[in-house]
Design a protein around this ligand. Structure first.
Ligand code: GLU
Length: 583
């Protein structure tokens, strides 16, 4: 099929909506920046699985300017850790212009997104001579390609950047750093002159959206622990003294630069890069700001709007008295489970596993009276660190209360330590729990590990002689572990009573039923001559009684046996109906 044009068309429509707006002006305090073409307008979206949509002038290069700041802050955070960074650079929105010659009450720059904080951040990057090389390499790791510098913009800023010199000298005097001012500024001016495109900004932002791993190259650009710190300051201070209004309108962490670039993102979804060089009084791209605001509204990017549509963490709850495993049971065992099966509860879990998901699960389990708690975890998308820790505490308190936690399906790594009892399917977990519940009950009513024809469901209502005659009509069989008793698709006319051991029925690869002592199978073929619908294999050495033809028995016995078979079938249908209405 053709690639669907829906998203490219949306992006292009958005771009065209503002392409003719020529308000704002080119930044000219760095003379080289005034040489930009005011009509340039590029836009790119990069998803966290690394697909990039481009439109307009998305391959037009421009100098990154302040959009570099969060990425260099990321590098400094990785080098020093948050505590050391906070000692030198604050995280408070300044409410003042990006190039204010201003420190906060503790003589630190307000935040790393304004020039003062960004210059102080450069001084924190490790590597005396290689500082700029490391910065260039980091920006390249975020963009997913090798980047270079625009020498003329760099020289232009170095010659004219007196305001930044004033800021740097003020910080040097205040002891924010003790390096040579010109050296630090030189790295900062170079950093601002690195050439990027809107596509690069989208990939860089998507790398932050993806927890620090570049979704295009697969390379880690930033340890994931630092991502939250970077996004927090982008959110509160990334758009100069427009940051509060920006947060309100777009709800996206973002960073702009005076050359007209904006990088914004929504964590876990995508990164957006926009470039249009006409900027407003605060230094934000005019078209870029409008496009981002509409983009956020049209495509639901606001972090705090429409965020209540998450999946319920519990997809289904089944109580063991209503939902039984596929184990075929005697009438007596089925009755016992109907009464005592509420000791088992199976939860199918889904979605990202977070604090609120664990809270919901614990509350539900707390309301029940189940000693056996089955968690089917295959549909859990991810488990965050807090959820992992809380689940372990939850597992400990279940154990302390004498309960048993059972896992089924694919178990996320953070949850593998919860229990040693795990099964590939929820059905096997149910069956195991049922066996435990039954064996914890008093032995009356529970068939032992060996069942005779007389005390089986087939022999119900027969006196000793009649039961004896029925037993003689059958053929005793021993089945070795791993051998098949019946084969799917074969014609047959016999049924089996399991007197000891355990067997499993499968259709193809799918396990559909299991049988233990007292179970009867093959009764459909026995009654109708229908072909076998499943293959039955012994899980362990078994003893069975095979009934092929009961024509030689008296009419009374035959009638009773047929009635017994009817009751067995009726009971299975009842269980199946209950399970269906429960599910
Ligand atoms: N290099 C520019 C400056 O320091 C960056 C400013 C900006 O993009 O906000 O003035």
């Amino acid at each position: 099929m053709m690639p669907f044009p829906v998203i490219p068309a949306r992006l292009e429509a958005l771009r065209l909506r503002y392409a003719s707006d020529d308000s704002g002006a080119l930044a000219d305090y760095i003379p080289e920046l005034a040489k930009a073409d005011p009509s340039w307008f590029g836009m790119s979206l990069c998803t966290i699985d690394g697909h990039v949509y481009d439109c307009g002038d998305s391959d037009q290069e421009f100098t990154i300017q302040s959009v570099s700041k969060p990425f260099v802050y990321a590098l400094a955070l990785a080098d020093n850790g948050p505590t050391a960074m906070l000692e030198r650079v604050g995280v408070e929105p300044s409410g003042k212009a990006f190039n204010s010659i201003l420190l906060d009450g503790t003589n630190r720059p307000h935040n790393p997104m304004v020039n003062a904080g960004a210059i102080a951040t450069v001084a924190m990057v490790r590597g005396v001579d290689g500082r700029f090389d490391r910065i260039l390499e980091t920006l390249g790791a975020f963009a997913g390609r090798t980047l270079s510098m625009d020498d003329s913009v760099y020289e232009s800023e170095r010659e004219t950047g007196h305001q930044n010199r004033a800021i740097a000298h003020l910080m040097r005097t205040a002891g924010v750093f003790d390096l040579d001012v010109e050296e630090v500024l030189d790295v900062y001016f170079r950093q601002c002159s690195v050439l990027v495109t809107s596509r690069d900004l989208a990939v860089m932002a998507a790398t932050l959206a993806n927890g620090g791993r570049n979704p295009v190259t697969g390379r880690t650009a930033l340890p994931s622990e630092a991502v939250g710190d970077v996004l927090s300051v982008m959110f509160t201070s990334g758009m100069y003294d427009y940051s509060g209004e920006w947060a309100f309108e777009t709800g996206m962490p973002a960073k702009s630069g005076v050359s007209g670039g904006i990088a914004g993102l929504i964590p876990g979804q995508a990164g957006l890069g926009v470039f249009s060089p006409l900027v407003d009084d605060r230094g934000n791209s005019v078209r870029g700001t409008q496009v981002c605001q509409d983009f956020s509204k049209d495509l639901g990017f606001h972090l705090f709007r429409n965020r209540t549509d998450s999946l319920p963490p519990i997809k289904s709850v089944s109580i063991g008295s209503a939902r039984h495993s596929y184990r075929v049971r005697s009438i007596a065992e089925t009755q016992l489970l109907k009464h005592h099966g509420n000791r088992i509860t199976a939860f199918e879990l889904q979605g990202p596993w977070t604090f609120i998901a664990v809270e919901r699960l614990m509350r539900r389990v707390g309301e029940l009276d189940s000693g056996f708690v089955i968690l089917e975890t295959s549909r859990i998308g991810s488990v965050d660190e807090v959820a992992g820790a809380l689940m372990n505490e939850f597992a400990d308190s279940i154990a302390a209360n004498g309960g048993t936690l059972i896992l089924s399906g694919t178990v996320p790594t953070r949850l593998t330590g919860l229990s040693t009892v795990t099964f590939p399917t929820i059905d096997e977990a149910l069956e195991w729990s049922e066996e435990r519940v039954l064996s914890n009950l008093s032995p009356e009513g529970r068939p032992g590990s060996t069942v005779t024809v007389a005390d089986s469901d087939l022999g119900r209502g027969l006196d000793a002689d009649a039961a004896e005659a029925l037993a003689r009509a059958g053929r005793m069989m021993r089945i070795a572990e791993g051998s098949a008793v019946v084969h799917e698709g074969t014609a047959a006319r016999s049924m089996y009573l399991v007197t000891s051991g355990h067997l499993t029925a499968s259709i193809g690869d799918r396990r559909v039923a299991s049988f233990g002592p007292g179970a009867i199978f093959g009764e459909m073929s026995f009654l109708t001559g229908a072909r076998r619908t499943a293959t039955v294999v012994a899980d362990a050495a078994c003893r069975l009684v095979e009934f092929n033809d009961i024509g030689a028995l008296s009419p009374e016995i035959r009638e009773r046996v047929h009635r017994n078979i009817a009751v067995v079938i009726a009971q299975r249908l009842t269980v199946a109906n209950r399970t269906m209405t429960d599910g």
